[in-house]
Design a binder for this molecule. Structure first.
Ligand code: ADP
Ligand code: ADP
Length: 225
């Protein structure tokens, strides 16, 4: 059974479709990229999976369960956006704890999870720093830690590197891939950067004009672009 199944997923905004009949099966532990130019429907697809955008038609299944009608907070999905949203008036630990406090976990459990998640993203000891004391890459790592601390079943990454400069992007590319393999978390990665998709992915779904036009391994996509 596939971990994520999208069945004829469609979103229309009045005059045209942002996403048309997207049909995909993504396996457990897979790093799957959605690759395509700006405006082709990648973000809308991701936002429907996360539950922020309601599909016009079609279904979303996670581990065989139909979650199409579930609210975002009941989907067990973590999402990181391109513009890292770290609260500037909270330090790193408070930022990470924010998502957990809503769940009313005991204090000791929160402290343990903050420590674990910071270790996962290589930022042990950064608990008391504020946003202005962090580089762009470090801010994205905190954003990732804030998602991982909730131990989601699925990870969605929406152009997480596009706000970073080229050198940092290269470094973070391999780092994200390594972390994903270590955690074995099923991941969908949205990008318009072919090189990112080719180096990071197990498989790639190429999107154009609201549709999936090709699915394959990086090698298959590279040889038949
Ligand atoms: P991508 O992520 O590939 O850049 P998007 O999913 O953001 O593409 O957008 C796909 C298309 O849907 C674009 O033409 C965009 O303008 C349109 N779109 C996205 N969100 C909305 C919205 N809330 N209202 C109207 N049109 C939208
Ligand atoms: P991204 O940075 O992921 O590509 P966008 O900047 O395209 O996202 O969109 C940001 C927000 O604006 C999203 O919530 C999207 O649904 C909405 N949006 C995008 N395009 C349109 C549009 N043409 N009309 C109305 N809302 C839009």
């Amino acid at each position: 059974m596939s971990d994520i199944r999208l069945v004829n997923l469609t979103k229309s905004y009045g005059e045209g479709n942002a996403v048309s009949d997207v049909d995909l099966a993504i396996e457990e532990g897979e790093f799957f990229s959605l690759l395509g130019p700006s405006g082709c429907g990648k973000s809308t697809t991701l936002r429907m999976i996360a539950g922020f955008v309601r599909p016009t038609s079609g279904r979303i299944l996670i581990g065989g369960d139909d979650i199409t009608a579930l609210p975002p907070e009941r989907r067990d999905i973590g999402i990181v956006f391109q513009n890292y949203a770290i609260f500037p008036h909270m330090n790193v630990a408070e930022n990470i704890a924010f998502g957990l406090k809503l769940r009313k976990l005991p204090k000791a459990e929160i402290a343990r999870r903050i420590e674990d998640s910071l270790r996962q993203v290589g930022l042990s000891g950064y608990e008391t720093r504020y946003q202005r004391q962090l580089s762009g890459g470090e801010q994205q790592r905190v954003a990732l830690a804030r998602v991982l601390v909730t131990e989601p079943r699925i990870l969605l990454l929406d152009e997480p590197l596009s706000a970073l400069d080229k050198g940092l992007r290269e470094e973070m590319k391999f780092w994200i891939k390594d972390l994903q393999k270590k955690l074995k978390i099923t991941t969908i990665y949205v990008t318009h950067d072919q090189d990112e998709a080719l180096t990071m992915s197990d498989r790639i779904g190429v999107m154009a004009k609201s549709r999936i036009v090709q699915v394959g391994t990086p090698q298959e996509i590279y040889e038949r672009p």
